[in-house]
Design a binder for this molecule. Sequence first.
Ligand code: ME8
Length: 506
Amino acid sequence: MKKYYLTTPLYYVNAAPHIGHAYTTVAADVLARFHRANNRPVQFLTGTDEHGSKIEEAAAAARLGVKEFTDRNSAAFRELWTHLDIRYDDFIRTTEPRHESRVQECFRKLQESGDVYKGRYRGFYCVSDETYWTETDAPPDEKGRRLCPNAECRKPLQEVEEESYFFKLSKYQQPLLDHYRKNPGFLMPSHRANEILRFVEGGLQDTAISRTKVKWGIPVPGDAEHTIYVWFDALLNYLTAAQSTGAPGDFWPADVHIVGKEIYRFHSVTWPAMLMALGQPLPKSVFAHGWWTVDGAKMSKSAGNFVDPREITREYGVDAFRYFLLREMPFGNDGNFSLESFRKRYNAELANDLGNLVSRVEQMVDSYLGGAMPGRADDAKPSLAKELAAKGAEIDARMEALDFSGALGLMWECIGRLNTHVNEKAPWKLVKTDKAATQEVLFDLVRSLRIVAGWIEPFMPQTAAKMHAQLGVRQFPAPLSAEHVLAGESANTGKILKAPPLFPRK
Ligand code: ME8
């Protein structure tokens, strides 16, 4: 079976990773874990983008050699991913030989086919975004300054005039429009598709893809004066990683590239055009998610308000952080991060709705049944566990569509249903009159919670593992599916453990 191949952007190593980088990477990890849980082989790629003037300047400011600087900062990304339980399959650095040699090969191939040609570039350049802009894109403001037209950036532009190699992007206008029309799932989410369609319909200009003023880059083959433009280099990583020698197969094309909305155009216009020029199949979809603000403001160096994921995980744990990121903001929309909303959700949804429910059920099984669970349930009778299992398809459909907050919403509806059920059945009263009925109620709750543990695994792997262990699941295909729970295959009839709260109240 072909692997489900998904990617995050390759992050610039000019600064430390923050909540924005963590967001995309956690989302990709959740999707990867979801597919693995459904027995689909997965290839999950992430990595770092290490060439270009932005990195060159940041290394100089840090008074470090560029190589040492990139080594150190790339490692910081990897370390954070380990800390956040990100299970990637490959981590590519654009400075690796496996990538550099393939980029040069692709460049040469396009030169030979005539899709890359030499010319002269006159225009403007944003170092922060590593983006070219024309005079019309960036007219002077009232003070005569030309600022980056990207609303998220707005930094002063450099005026550039130099000899440059160009990629014939203009040639691919119609093929791109045809592709979008024939593949409605390509531009995701659909509410972002229009922006791209309008842009491409407006006409495409050939783009400069080499710099003479930037030394820190992959040399243009046979022309040492030029280095390859960092975006031309970086986009190719998805292909070079999939086809690099030593990798266990060729994973191309990708099933989904997950990116932030600010780099959607590069991924849905430039990149597919490059692939067409190279004669490669296109990715199945490009999904652009929204942006986080922090306490209502854009994160920036000048505001000094970057959220460091470790500050949150130190206080609330890794799982709560992963949960919040995907619960708070519908994937595809923008949203805001605040510690106050974090604490609220943590206490209400994790400590109360889920954590307290698990503790109560374990406590009751311990007190009323001595921690023991009967071997089988009578599945001819209606049960909550069966009701929950029937919800599985709906949750899976949301996950397939990358609607993570929607999937969590459905799970928490079920958790709410379980809480109501506990209160209605009141086992603490029932046990005084009918032990067999109490046992039945509690067993149903235990099985339901085993199902919930399987559902939340992609989002909260540590919590799922704790729940499995506490709820008497010893040997399970990880994670446990509702079908396995109902079949009782994985259940161990031994003790249900009373454990400390999964999410202590804050
Ligand atoms: O653009 N909210 O790298 P980068 C949500 N190297 N996501 C955010 C975010 C925010 N406030 N800030 C950053 C680059 N991100 C290029 C990519 S790909 C071939 C090259 C996330 O370090 C989001 O995924 O600037 C965004 O697209 C990415 O970080 C940008 O990371």
